[in-house]
Design a protein around this ligand. Structure first.
Ligand code: PNS
Length: 165
């Protein structure tokens, strides 16, 4: 196992856009690690609503008060990005049993690619267990109330984006 003085974790994801569920996970991770890098995957094949820069901006604004966290984006394999940043762990949120199969598969593939990188699963508060970015986008598109699902700043960005669509 890697022995770094500073324990760095990567929290990777699409974050299209960041939700209160993601923020809950970031807060928990920040209590466990010396530094948490929230890393936006540059996954154009998923056809994200927000550009990589927009997603980075929204996360930066949303987590500015959570200590020892930074925001970045990456292309290519997560394990390579983790290695470049001397990370010892990858954080993933597990909301419900339905997340488990995909998450287990990803964790095992990543472990096959780099056995030193540890995947850590964290559970968000149960009030976020049904929340994801797709639901938030659909609600925003249909003028549903998203007040308790995303920070105010993200809500404004979503509304502006939907207006342009
Ligand atoms: O928020 P998401 O979309 O569930 O995040 C998925 C993500 C970005 C973590 C995953 O797709 C990823 O790690 N992509 C980088 C490419 C990679 O390393 N793939 C192999 C892991 S199975």
């Amino acid at each position: 196992m890697k022995q770094n003085n500073k324990k760095i974790a990567i929290y990777p994801g699409s974050f299209d856009p960041i939700t209160n569920g993601h923020i809950d996970i970031i807060k928990r991770a920040s209590l466990l690690f010396d530094h948490v890098i929230v890393a936006v995957a540059n996954n154009e094949q998923k056809r994200p609503l927000f550009s990589e820069n927009e997603r980075v901006e929204m996360i930066t604004e949303s987590i500015r008060e959570i200590p020892h966290t930074t925001v970045d984006s990456f292309k290519g394999l997560l394990v390579d990005y983790a290695r470049q940043n001397n990370a010892i762990a990858v954080i993933r949120g597990l909301r419900a049993v339905s997340d488990f199969e995909y998450e287990l598969q990803m964790a095992l593939v990543n472990r096959k690619l780099d056995e030193q990188l540890i995947t850590v699963f964290l559970m968000p508060h149960e009030s976020y267990s049904y929340l994801n970015s797709s639901i938030v986008k659909e609600l925003a598109l249909l003028n549903g109330n998203i007040d308790c699902f995303v920070p105010e700043y993200v809500k404004t960005r979503l509304k502006n984006k939907m207006r342009k669509k």
